[in-house]
Design a protein around this ligand. Structure first.
Ligand SMILES: NC(=O)c1ccc[n+]([C@@H]2O[C@H](COP(=O)([O-])OP(=O)(O)OC[C@H]3O[C@@H](n4cnc5c(N)ncnc54)[C@H](OP(=O)(O)O)[C@@H]3O)[C@@H](O)[C@H]2O)c1
Length: 280
C-alpha cells in the first residue's frame, strides 16, 4: 500500500483529501503539530506523526518511507504565507534530501498567476510551485476556485456576514469534489508535473452564493465593505479579517481566468447545501 503524507491534513481542505485518499486505498499519514487534536478530529484509520513544516528535523523523521507528499498549508498575512509556503516547501525538499518519491503536490489557488502577483498569497504559492518544479520530483499543483465550505466561516450567531465587493462570477467548488479529483490524479501515474485548475459546475457571484446560503440556513445577512472590514481588522488586531477584505477587493478586480482543460466538479450549491444539512 502506498503511503501519502499530508502536511495540513487537519485543515479545512486537507482533511477531505486525507479521507478521500484513505477511502481509495492509500495509507494516509497525517503530519501535524498536535497529534491528539488531529486524532480526535479525523478518527481511526490514519497514521499520525508529529511535524512542523518550519522544522526540517521533524519533517525528516515524519516523512521516512513516504511515497507521496501533499502540502495543504495556509496563511493570514504576508509573513505567515511566506513562512508556510516558501520556507515550508524548502524545508520539505531539504527533508527529502534528494530521495525520489512518486509525487509531491500542493494546494495552490485559481489565482496563482504572475499577473496576480500583487497579492502576496499568489506570489508565495507561485514561489512554492517553482521550488517543486526545480526539485525535479514529479509534482502536482492543484488550483481550485473558491470553496463552498468557506461560507460557513462567515456565520456569526444567526447572521451571515459578507465582506467586500461582489461583481465577479465564481465557479464554487465543494471540498469533497476537489478531494476526489486529488485522489484520482494520485492514482493516475500519467498525471504528473502539471497544474490542475478545478472549477465548480455553476458560476455565482459572492453575493448570490451568500444569499442562497443565508436563505437555506435562515440567517440574516449583513454586508461590510472592504474598507470598513480593514479598519475593524486593524482596530481589533485581526489579520485574517484584513486579509479576507483585501482578497475580496483583489478578486473583484481580477476575477477567474478562463483556463483550457479545467477540471469541472459536479456538486452544485443547492446539492451541497442539502448534503451539508443531512450531515449536520
Ligand atoms: N478557501 C478557499 O476558497 C480556497 C480556495 C483555493 C485555495 N485555497 C487555499 O487552500 C489552502 C489550505 O486552506 P485550508 O482552509 O485547508 O487551511 P486551514 O484550515 O487553515 O489548515 C491549515 C493547515 O496547515 C497546517 N499547518 C499550519 N502551520 C503548520 C506548520 N507550521 N507545520 C505543519 N503544519 C502546519 C495545520 O495543521 P496542524 O494545525 O494540524 O499542524 C492545518 O491543517 C490555503 O493555502 C488557501 O489559500 C483556499
Amino acid at each position: 500500500m502506498k503511503i501519502v503524507s499530508i502536511i495540513g491534513g487537519t485543515g479545512m481542505l486537507g482533511a477531505p483529501v486525507a479521507r478521500a485518499l484513505l477511502a481509495d486505498g492509500f495509507r494516509v499519514r497525517i503530519l501535524t503539530r498536535n497529534i491528539e487534536q488531529a486524532r480526535q478530529q479525523l478518527g481511526e484509520g490514519f497514521e499520525f506523526r508529529q511535524a512542523d513544516i518550519l522544522d526540517v528535523a521533524s519533517l525528516t523523521a515524519a516523512l521516512e518511507g513516504t511515497d507521496f507528499i501533499h502540502i495543504n498549508v495556509s496563511g493570514h498575512d504576508h509573513d505567515s504565507y511566506y513562512q508556510q509556503h516558501v520556507i515550508g516547501t524548502q524545508n520539505v525538499l531539504k527533508a527529502l534530501n534528494g530521495a525520489k518519491i512518486e509525487c509531491i503536490s500542493m494546494i495552490s489557488s485559481a489565482s496563482a498567476y504572475p499577473e496576480f502577483n500583487d497579492r502576496y498569497d499568489n506570489r508565495f504559492k507561485l514561489e512554492a510551485e517553482n521550488l517543486l518544479k526545480a526539485s525535479k520530483q514529479p509534482y502536482l499543483v492543484f488550483m481550485p476556485s473558491w470553496f463552498m465550505e468557506t461560507m460557513s466561516m462567515f456565520v456569526q450567531k444567526n447572521r451571515l456576514v459578507r465582506i467586500g465587493p461582489s461583481n465577479q462570477p465564481i465557479h464554487w467548488v465543494s471540498a469533497q469534489d476537489y478531494a476526489q479529483h486529488v485522489s484520482k490524479a494520485y492514482q493516475n501515474p500519467a498525471c504528473r508535473s502539471q497544474r490542475i485548475s478545478i472549477y465548480g459546475p455553476e458560476s455565482l457571484t459572492m453575493a448570490e452564493a451568500f444569499s442562497r446560503f443565508a436563505q437555506h440556513h435562515q440567517l440574516k445577512q449583513t454586508h461590510i465593505p472592504a474598507w470598513l472590514a480593514k479598519i475593524i481588522g486593524r482596530l481589533s488586531g485581526d489579520p485574517t479579517l484584513i486579509d479576507v477584505a483585501d482578497l475580496t477587493v483583489h478578486y473583484d478586480r481580477t476575477g477567474e481566468k478562463n483556463v483550457p482543460n479545467t477540471l469541472r466538479t459536479t456538486t452544485t450549491l443547492s446539492t451541497w447545501l442539502q448534503q451539508r444539512e443531512a450531515s449536520l
